[in-house]
Ligand binder design. Structure first.
Ligand code: SAH
Length: 388
């Protein structure tokens, strides 16, 4: 393992000493050799004290830290991290083959593997690398995941996330297997090869479970439904009818398949439509509306536009809601903080002018933890709003 030495400017070691895993390019005095994207870095203070080991990427976040010490054997270190991550999920009860066999095994900075996501779907792990540094470790990671967990095959989906067009999605270990998983006793078909993200939105598990507890006898709209996670839970909770709306025909096909597999198709309608258009033209008779749009703010630069879009979307739903009905509204944009999102939703409520109140706040589940020194890792936020 070849390491390039990076030395920080005087006084620029404070964030690293606080265990923040990002080193900005402006904090670095010099490298002992010009690093290439993904090269290993040994980081030291201006005074020559060993601070951390990480990898380089060109851009304002120049070094992402894996550990705040020297790492000498990266394969061993990775196996250790993955073992810890697996044990943590196991202790939290996420690995219960009869009821839940899909979960996030590795979540970037929260598992000290910045730039890496690994989701487990029954016997298949889906790896997504968001940086070349992690991608160079892909085979080591894949081997360790198979050694540590119940997984038999590893599918690499980094072709979707890395800019290099020569990197393709493919199986790196094992071969295609059964795509059905079980989550809290509900069955879902996961299309990891061509579906969105790693194939499923595991981060909404707890919020979907909540929906099943309030759905009995209700008419539910699941807008931006993807493969129907919220729809299946609402139906299993006894919803009278559920309409799932998504702009993607393949998402609705998958949603219909999942609803049917769980035996609920007689109370469900899958609709391919733009969510904004649907809200504009629909009747005012839903008891529960779920809004879980894609991230509107993909970067800090477009935060303002995203806030305008969240306000518009929420106002459109609120306009069509009657007394007693409930809105579950989410944002998965990392750049929109929970207070900013609450402001956008409040602005929508002011515009609509109906009495309403916040009953509950939603966040991401325990297999998507947040590194306490890296608050940027908190990204999923939601509000439960009741129209009075
Ligand atoms: N709630 C889902 C995840 C939603 S992801 C779950 O729990 O699994 C966001 C979804 O919004 C994607 O499926 C995407 O296809 C859809 N989408 C994006 N733009 C849209 C639009 N304008 N109208 C409707 N759906 C849209």
């Amino acid at each position: 393992m070849k390491l390039i030495q990076a030395t920080l400017k005087k006084g620029k070691d404070k964030a690293v000493l606080r265990r923040h895993p990002w080193v900005f390019s402006g904090a670095i005095a010099h490298f002992d050799e010009t690093p290439a994207d993904g090269d290993w870095i040994a980081l030291q203070s201006h005074e020559g004290k060993v601070l951390a080991t990480g990898y380089y990427s060109p851009g304002s976040i120049a070094i992402r830290v894996l550990d705040f010490k020297a790492i000498t054997n990266i394969a061993e270190w990775i196996q250790e991290r993955i073992t810890l991550a697996y044990q943590s999920r196991q202790n939290l009860g996420f690995i219960a083959p009869q009821t839940t066999n899909c979960y996030r095994l590795l979540f970037a900075e929260a598992d000290m593997l910045p730039g890496l996501i690994v989701d487990i779907y029954n016997q298949t792990a889906v790896i997504q690398c968001h940086s070349l540094g992690m991608y160079k470790l892909r085979d080591t990671i894949a081997k360790a995941v198979v050694a540590v967990t119940e997984v038999k095959a590893v599918f690499d989906k980094s072709g979707d996330t890395l800019k290099d067009k020569t990197i393709n999605n493919k199986y790196v270990l094992g071969s295609p297997s059964d795509q059905w998983v079980v989550e809290n006793g509900h069955q879902f078909s996961i299309d990891w090869e061509t579906g969105q993200k790693t194939g499923f939105f595991l981060d909404q598990r707890d919020n979907r479970q909540f929906v099943s507890t309030i759905s009995k006898g209700k008419k539910v709209l699941n807008a931006f439904s993807y493969s129907g996670g919220f729809s299946v839970y609402a139906l299993s909770g006894g919803a009278r009818v559920v309409d799932s709306v998504d702009i993607s025909a393949s998402a609705i096909a998958l949603c219909n398949k999942n609803v049917a597999q769980n035996g609920f198709e007689d109370r469900h309608q899958g609709i391919v439509a733009d969510g904004f258009d649907y809200l504009k033209s629909m009747d005012e008779d839903y008891d529960i509306i779920i809004l879980d749009p894609p991230a509107f703010a993909k970067s800090q630069r477009v935060t303002h536009n995203a806030l305008v879009a969240y306000k518009r979307l929420n106002a459109m739903a609120m306009k069509k809601m009657r007394t007693g009905s409930k809105l579950l509204t989410f944002s998965c944009s990392q750049h929109i903080t929970a207070p900013l999102f609450a402001d956008a939703v409040r602005a929508a409520a002011i515009e609509v002018g109906k009495p309403m109140r916040v009953l509950h706040r939603f966040t991401q589940p325990m297999d998507h933890p947040m590194n306490i020194f890296h608050p940027e890792g908190e990204y999923l936020k939601g509000l439960l709003i009741e129209i009075l």
